[in-house]
Unconditional design. Sequence first.
Length: 719
Amino acid sequence: MASAEEGREWATIEHAAAKTRAEDMNQPIEDRFHGDASKLETLLNQAGAYSQFLLQEEEKVQQQPLTATAAGAPEPVQAKTAGKKRSSPHPGKKPKQAKLAQSKKSMDEAAGKMAQERVHAASDPYGFKQPKLMTGGTLKDFQLEGVRWLINLFQNGKSNNVIGLLAALREMNVAGPFIICAPLATLPNWVSEIKRWCPAISCILYHGSKADREEVRKGPLNAAKATDINFPVVVTSYDICIIDRPHLQRYPWKYLVVDEGQRIKKKDCRLVRELKLLPSESRLLLTGTPIQNTLEELWSLLNFVNPGLFDDLLVFRSWFRFGTIGKDVTVDKIISEEQQAKVVTRLHEILRPFLLRRLKRDVLQVEIPPKCEIVVYAGMTRLQRTYYSLVETGTLRETLLELGIEGAAEISQINISMNLRKVCQHPYLFGEPRDKSGEYVGTTNPETLVAASGKLALLDRLLTKLRKQGHKVLVFSQMTSMLSILEDYVRHRRWGYCRIDGSSPLAGRQASIDAFNAGAMEEDLVIFLLSTRAGGLGINLAAADTVILYDSDWNPHQDTQAQDRCHRIGQQHPVVVYRLLTMASVEIEMMEKQMSKKKLERMAIAGGDFRKVGRRSRGALTPQALRRLLADEIANLRQRAEAGPETAAVNAQSTTEGAISEDELDVIMDRQRIFGDYAVYSNRSGVPPTEGDLIPKEGHMYDFVDPSIDFMLDNKLPE
């Protein structure tokens, strides 16, 4: 953990960076681009050439029908993709001028190679047919298109879409070896999907104890046989790639695949350093979130897969300066720069050859039911309000010590923001009081768990109604200690549940997932408690149709990935997401920052319209469309932050004062009114809603998150 001094130093650096971004955005646009104009134009020209080539190859194969050689199996879970170009890393540091020359040479060589490969690529049968080795099912058209795109990229030094690609490469006598580095929770799924789709391709899970891994390296993964055509595809975790890098470095990897590629968004993290040491001819990143916080993180991904082109972060920063949108960088400033110099459009054109983005609604519009997110506001109990004031004044620890609260001496008061967040979740996170007999009050009187926290009282009301309505529910929290309190709560209610957090073993995780989806563990198994980061990747919990985000992450994509554990292929019902926020608290500030980061992602990725190879598919990006992408998802969130204590307070003995009313709660839990015609069309309700039944998008203690921002690019953009 970082020391207090290190924390202050990092905060100073971040503040300076934000100030620099703001100052830079205020410079004339021509001054910002002047110093590195030559390299920017070179990159734009080369990106345009790549896009044009890929588009021509796509048009050639589209003249022939898409075909498949296998049929009869169900649709597999489709990996999220974001393909990028890749070239060999530079061996050492060079002056900027040398880097520029080397990049130009690399790009010229790549362009020449593309020209030589055109005839071969156009005649390649695997560009439009399902590989014969894929006998476990039939790929859909959009999946075939993705495989076709990847093969074009591979033949021209680029990369991306996985099992189909590996099968096609094997049929092209590309022996490998191939390695897939993925989150721990996804490893069983990777192995099972490869075996199901391509039983003729050997696959091995490289995991387990040190002795087990050594035994595997001596046996099926003998490095002397690494280039044999039947050498197994290796599936392993991030941690094993770090621990066993000296061993894995001995293999001449043909393809290095990193699933959930946003894991390497920090350019200096250890995983990036270790993976770069693995000799790999091609690198492939799969991610649904290429931007999570800043454009610098996007550069880190681009640098990993293509260090030849994206070799200088300072130059990249000089081109695209977008900080906290709405704070240090205004929406008007961004739109002005787009009108003057097409700054956003330039970013899109640089990314276009390296990115193919598929959304569920684009390719499976009928098969994926809709999703609706509703923010539900909670007040604070008197106990929470007292704790909140003590944190703000820096006297929480000494006050709890005086009260004899167990563990009070270990309370850190350095991170005020984290302590305020804990107060919003539950005051017992700082230690649970004991009664006169010495027992924890939550043990002798479990209802005190609910009465102590306005948010837990709200959760109790939600879960009680959801269970009566017959819904299965995922409850996410950032804090495992909060999950423990929630676990005590559901035990008190005698409800069946499962739990996954970072300490859950791999085998136990899968057993809990299978039991929840099958409903086999208990008759009443309808609640799944998950830590957001441990339970937000690679888990399929489509048996649930409701998500409750008990608390939010600073990074909005963590919460989005959590929602997608049930809103995914295979879901049969509309999904409602309830996000719980505490009024007049630090949680409102967190939500504002989430919205700012999502604006950056929408502007850079969604606005780029990367659905089709090498071109926009649904109209140019206009200033009106850009402004819409940068709109707030919750219009009145600032008012929620400014609500006074009298509005946000909840009586310590009651959950009615200052909380959402029963009428409003019933409204936001009426799925027929939420989803309207979809519920009727799907035969999930009876009478169609009338205009008078439509739910107001803003209530006294709730807000609907505006979904039209994400859907606005589905049709032609406004002129």
